[in-house]
Design a protein around this ligand. Structure first.
Ligand code: F6R
Length: 608
């Protein structure tokens, strides 16, 4: 989705903005622009398409002079991708320039009102309303204008605002859309994502909703809506710059797939001490856990798929009923959730609009919120009662891999922690479970040694028109993720089915040569899935089985078999997902797809 970068300092701003925006390209965008105060006016340069077009237009920023400015990458919501719809937007007289992430929900009413006052709109965007509103309310005091604008607009926004009358500062505002402030020496920054400014500073202020920031060369002032100054703690980001760079890999996705052993280690190790799961991060007491009536898991996309695994694992280990809901449904279904329920919210970015709204809905009903989040200080983390961070580091590829894996690991830790508090595991089972969780990073590393096998299989199937994934219980949960991974980056149609459900309709799509990827790891259900494999084979399907090293029977029915090491069955999703990620990656690579930035997708979905 859209990205924002802003800078004030002593250096030439345009190259810094372009470079910062390039670090946000992964979020998905279709046009870009910058606005720079050049000593007499605000100069705006915009271009549809890749950032390279804007860079060429401005000679890498050299043709735009100034030391304060704002930049934006746009992912079209209101109006097609075009130069005119790209941000920044100028107010009528050119006094204000605005970049905006989010959506202004009442922009039509505001636009009509401004038009009746003589304002002329040149773009189709909701953002242009903000630029004109600034001009409308501005009577010589920019802070007064900011509060008036904020009071009038409804929706979500992260804003960067430049004003000709204030050449030595710029303004930023945040509401329900990510925005951080970077603190440098004689220079300061804003960005919608820390990766944009990591090269210059690791000292960050995480903004909360309705905070207004005045950025000057020598300092940053933060105010609330009543214009009272707010004191905030500086947070030091511990990622190094290389974490957000490709480091020799062709794609971030492959780099992130390979980073999974480390990400798992970083997420698991600090939470296991002397054979015990230690969740210092959360304040749930044993009594709180005993009092839980029901657990809801609320998330979107791959994070939702982690929730599907979580349902099976928590119900099996803790015998507490778990309902997993897609956040965009949960938020509008008037959920029967209350103070006796725990809501587990899962999100890599911590900013997904639907997930955040689902969280708020649950909170309004009195539920307790435990979130699993990767981005420290994000909106979902801030709004939760308890947060367990996944230490996956920055995830740049749009298709999640290491965040998914670390979310799974946290889910296992939570399940075991709660099962222990509820007295549902024996000390022997507990010790074995802990040992197996600790073994996951090395096992994943071992599977990654077999990349060639998946590359070979991808070379056989990358021309397929449609690929089905089947499995039962946990294998079904992983099938969902394998199918999403494949389709989102390779654009091959794919569906995941509970293996037993296929014959209730979808099996009619199976024809000679259709690839079915069958996951069969759970010992209890292995034979059942093998029967389903036979059913599809009888209808002409080619089957790739995914199973564990000790299951030889798959070799007799499937055309190709991929094996992962044996481990506690509950933990197998962490292993079986790896070949599926690799398969999706290699298929997309052979098809020449834009793997890190698949069409139509954005990394962080901050609009509904
Ligand atoms: C798919 C993918 C998405 C995200 C989903 C939720 O590879 O990455 O499906 O999982 O958009 O995003 P977060 O986790 O940031 O809330």
């Amino acid at each position: 989705m859209c990205g924002i970068v802003g800078y004030i300092g002593k250096r030439s701003v345009a190259p810094i903005l372009l470079e910062g925006l390039s670090k946000l390209e992964y979020r998905g965008y279709d046009s870009a622009g910058i606005a720079v105060y050049n000593g007499s006016e605000i100069q705006v340069e915009k271009a549809k398409g890749r950032l390279a077009v804007l860079s060429e237009k401005t000679n890498g920023g050299q043709s735009v002079n100034g030391t304060v400015g704002i930049g934006h990458t746009r992912w079209a919501t209101h109006g097609e991708p075009s130069d005119v719809n790209a941000h920044p937007h100028l107010s009528q007289s050119g006094r204000f320039a605005v970049v905006h992430n989010g959506i202004i929900e009442n922009y039509i009413a505001l636009k009509k009102r401004l038009e009746s006052k003589g304002f002329e709109f040149i773009s189709e965007t909701d953002t242009e309303v903000i630029a004109h509103l600034f001009e409308y309310y501005y009577k010589g005091d920019i802070m007064e204008a900011v509060t008036k604008v904020i009071n009038r607009v409804e929706g979500s926004y992260a804003l960067g605002v430049l004003c000709v009358d204030y050449p030595d500062q710029f303004i930023a505002v945040r509401k329900a859309s990510p925005l951080i402030v970077g603190i440098g020496e004689d220079e300061n920054f804003i960005a919608s994502d820390v990766t944009a400014i990591l090269k210059y500073t690791r000292n960050i202020y995480y903004l909360e909703d309705d905070e207004i920031v005045v950025l000057k060369r020598d300092g940053v002032e933060i105010y609330n809506m009543d214009l009272e100054e707010v004191q905030k703690e500086v947070f030091t980001v511990n990622w190094d710059v290389s974490a957000a760079e490709k480091g020799g890999y062709e794609h971030f996705m492959m780099k992130e797939i390979e980073e999974q052993p480390k990400a798992l280690r970083d997420t698991i190790s600090p939470r296991i001490n002397n054979g015990k799961v230690v969740l210092d991060d959360i304040s749930l007491t044993t009594q709180d856990i005993k009092n839980i009536r029901k657990i809801y898991i609320v998330a979107c996309g791959s994070a939702y798929h982690v929730g599907v695994v979580g349902k099976y694992v928590i119900e099996k280990m803790c015998r507490i009923p778990v309902e997993v809901q897609v956040a965009s449904e949960f938020r509008y279904c008037d959920p029967i959730v209350g103070s006796k329920d725990l809501v587990i919210v899962i999100s890599q970015s911590g900013e997904t609009a639907d997930t955040l709204a689902g969280l708020k809905e649950a909170k309004n009903h009195g539920a307790r919120i435990l979130s699993i989040v990767n981005v420290v200080g994000s909106a979902i983390a801030n709004a939760s009662d308890d947060v367990i961070y996944t230490w996956a580091g920055p995830e740049i590829a749009v298709a999640t891999t290491k965040a998914y894996s670390t979310q799974l690991a946290v889910m296992y830790l939570i399940a075991l922690y709660m099962a222990d508090k509820l007295g549902m595991v024996t000390s022997g089972e507990y010790a074995r479970y802990v040992k197996d969780i600790e073994a996951l990073p090395d096992m994943v590393a071992k599977i990654l040694e077999n990349k060639d096998e998946l590359q070979y299989l991808a070379s056989k199937f990358y021309n397929c028109k449609s690929i089905f994934f089947i499995g039962r219980n946990l294998d079904y949960a992983v099938s969902l993720e394998g199918s999403l991974k494949l389709k989102e980056i390779s654009y091959i149609h794919s569906e995941a089915y509970a293996a037993g459900e296929l014959k209730h309709g979808t099996i009619s799509l199976i024809e000679e040569g259709t690839l079915v990827i069958a996951l069969a790891t759970g010992s209890e259900l292995f034979d059942k899935t093998v029967s389903n494999v036979k059913e599809v084979k009888a209808r002409g399907a080619v089957v790739m089985g995914v199973t564990t090293e000790n299951q030889d029977d798959m070799d007799t029915v499937a055309d190709y078999v991929v094996k992962v090491p044996q481990i506690n069955e509950t933990l197998l999703p962490s292993l079986t997902v790896i070949p599926l990620q690799l398969f999706g990656y290699y298929v997309a690579s052979l098809k020449g797809c834009d793997i890190d930035k698949p069409r139509n997708l954005a990394k962080s979905v901050t609009v509904e």
